[in-house]
Design a protein around this ligand. Structure first.
Ligand SMILES: [Zn+2]
Length: 282
């Protein structure tokens, strides 16, 4: 039997939630209230471009439990201008900005050429190193395959970046970032973990066809895992098909506990501590 009281007292962390999206415009405060009621104590809102990065900061500024990341998403790479890096640098000055993201490679939508995506990614990685901020990484394979060029290119770029951090004895080498809503295979996860990255686990682990992800999560060390909703997307079972929201992060913690044969308290406390170490919040 699980002690319900002890679960209720634990703080859940949603490390990736697009709370600034207009999907939440009509009831954002109610969504936040439900999150608080569910025990969520920390939410990171990532940016997708300069405008949404600013929205993320504004929201984070308004509520103690909210934090922001600023960055240009790979599907927005064609909008990345020479001035964008400096704009991001200025945005990142806000004390509630805890990461650069989400940044990465997206070979699924392929809205811009791969070499441009890679350039926009490496530019932002350099900025993260300069500002000593960890990165929130998005990557998606062509055709949603479990592995392919996207994973290969990404790991190569991250290896180079992390080896630079290590060479310059940057403290960021100990907390370089997270591969959010991880959809890759075990080899990619292991390569990322070897580089010091965390692996973000989202709603698909709760799906009927979630077995490969469940096995991957069961095999990773718990101190390398972060939990996230990726709201409003990737709604976990049994709410699949509806809009996702941060209160549902508990369902993901619960599933991780189930596949790892441990308690939900262990999952909540360890992944919460992981997030605290990565994003350096209280
Ligand atoms: Zn996202």
């Amino acid at each position: 039997m699980q002690d319900v009281k002890s679960i209720e007292n634990m703080t859940l962390t949603d490390t990736h939630c697009h709370l600034d999206f207009d999907k939440f415009d009509s009831d954002r405060q109610a969504v936040l209230d439900r999150a608080l009621q569910a025990g969520v104590g920390r939410i990171l809102i990532p940016g997708l471009n300069l405008t949404s990065s600013l929205s993320a900061i504004k929201l984070a500024h308004s509520q103690p439990i909210l934090f922001a990341a600023v960055g240009v998403h790979p599907t927005e790479a064609s909008g990345f201008e020479p001035s964008s890096l400096n704009d991001l640098r200025n945005l990142a000055r806000h004390p509630k900005v805890k990461a650069i993201g989400e940044i990465g490679l997206d070979y699924y939508w392929a809205t811009s050429p791969r070499d441009l995506q890679q350039k926009v990614l490496t530019d932002q990685l350099s900025l993260a190193a300069e500002l000593q901020l960890p990165v929130v990484i998005h990557f998606r394979e062509k055709g949603d395959e479990p592995t392919g060029d996207c994973a290969v290119d990404l790991i190569q770029i991250l290896e180079k970046w992390v080896s630079g951090l290590r060479r310059t004895k940057s403290s960021l080498a100990k907390r370089p970032g997270v591969l959010h809503s991880f959809s890759g295979n075990r080899e990619t996860a292991q390569a990322a973990v070897k580089l010091g990255f965390f692996v973000g686990v989202a709603g698909p682990i709760t799906y009927k066809n979630g077995q490969p992800r469940q096995e991957l999560v069961a095999a990773l060390p718990l101190d390398r895992i972060l939990i996230e909703t990726d709201s409003p997307f990737q709604t976990p079972h049994p709410h699949r098909g509806k809009r996702n929201e941060p209160a549902y992060v508990r369902l993901i913690a619960d599933k991780i506990a189930f596949v790892r044969f441990c308690t939900i308290e262990q999952v909540i406390s360890t992944t919460g501590e992981n997030a605290r170490r990565l994003f350096d919040w209280e």
